[in-house]
Design a protein around this ligand. Structure first.
Ligand code: NAI
Ligand SMILES: O=C1O[C@H](COP(=O)(O)O)[C@@H](O)[C@H](O)[C@H]1O
Length: 246
């Protein structure tokens, strides 16, 4: 069993992960919100992600950090993404190096590459399109939230190259519980089910890798993100497809 620190555990992605693989690893949780419901059963740190002392303590004897904490709003202002997303991710990597953590899985976003869609939409959201981003392309954000996610990916590159951490950046699509977004082609093309989300982060915890950027979507008929890298490197085997909900 890996010893895993999950930051941002009280949010939607954290809920999907713990709901699917909560029994499969030895978890420690961190969030600035106090635990409610089942979260109270876990070892839990209530702290801001920029609190270096709390991070040092939360990462003691931890093998893998799954870093989700941050401002998830595409419309988030600069001061918020600077503090919560960029400073927060920097603080996580600093503590990870200090505490000898082996791997970090970072919740990046489709918004790190949102500008590739300009002039190509809505065609690329449709089944007949074979346009794919595969993770080898440069970031092209359309908002400062996306800029903060690109910065997080680059921080990971630095901490991999200069400090030897294994890093996987998961450019998460659109996570929704139960069914894909309705009347939203883009959201259907980048849908990530709760089940596939939990499985994908399980693979991030278990697999061996160096520095990776993968897309976190289900195996949707409509897609403009390739999941081949996640399949090849992580052993990701998604079970869901937004088309099954049409
Ligand atoms: N939900 C989605 O479809 C997607 C999410 N993501 C990323 O995944 C991560 C999690 O997103 P969600 O679960 O959807 O968001 P959420 O808002 O539901 O959860 C985020 C959690 O992080 C905590 N948090 C925020 N700032 C913090 C801070 N400064 N210190 C400590 N805890 C803090 C919040 O209290 C919350 O529990 C975010 O980094 C987001 O950018 C990326 C792409 C898509
Ligand atoms: O990064 C994120 O992306 C999803 C999907 O983006 P949207 O533009 O289709 O809403 C978003 O729902 C989530 O809040 C955000 O963190």
């Amino acid at each position: 069993m890996a010893r895993v620190l999950l930051t941002g555990a009280a949010g939607r992605v954290g809920t999907a992960i713990l709901g699917g693989i909560g029994a499969d690893h030895d978890w420690r949780l961190l969030d600035r919100e106090p635990p409610t419901g089942d979260l109270a059963d876990y070892e839990y740190y209530v702290a801001d992600i920029t609190d270096e002392e709390a991070l040092q303590s939360a990462m003691e004897d931890i093998d893998v950090v799954v870093h989700l904490a941050g401002d998830p709003r595409p419309e988030a202002p600069w001061d918020s993404v600077l503090a919560n997303n960029i400073d927060g991710t920097h603080a996580v990597y600093e503590a990870a190096v200090e505490q000898g953590v082996e791997k970090v899985a970072f919740a990046s976003s489709n918004h790190a590459v949102g500008a590739y869609e300009t002039d190509r939409k809505p065609h690329i959201y449709r089944t007949e399109s074979d346009y794919r981003l595969d993770g080898s392309e440069l970031p092209r954000p359309k908002n400062v939230y996306g800029v903060s996610k690109a910065a997080g990916e680059t921080l990971g590159r630095y901490y991999h190259d200069m400090h030897g951490l294994s890093v996987v950046n998961v450019r998460i699509g659109n996570l929704t519980k139960g069914h894909p977004p309705v009347d939203y082609e883009r959201g259907q093309a980048m849908w990530l089910s709760y089940r596939d989300c939990a499985h994908l982060f399980d693979r991030c915890i278990r697999a061996d890798y160096r520095y990776e950027i993968v897309y976190g979507i289900s195996d949707n008929d409509r897609k403009y993100y390739s999941i081949e890298r996640a399949r090849d490197v992580l052993g990701y085997q998604p079970q869901d497809d937004s088309a099954e909900h049409d």
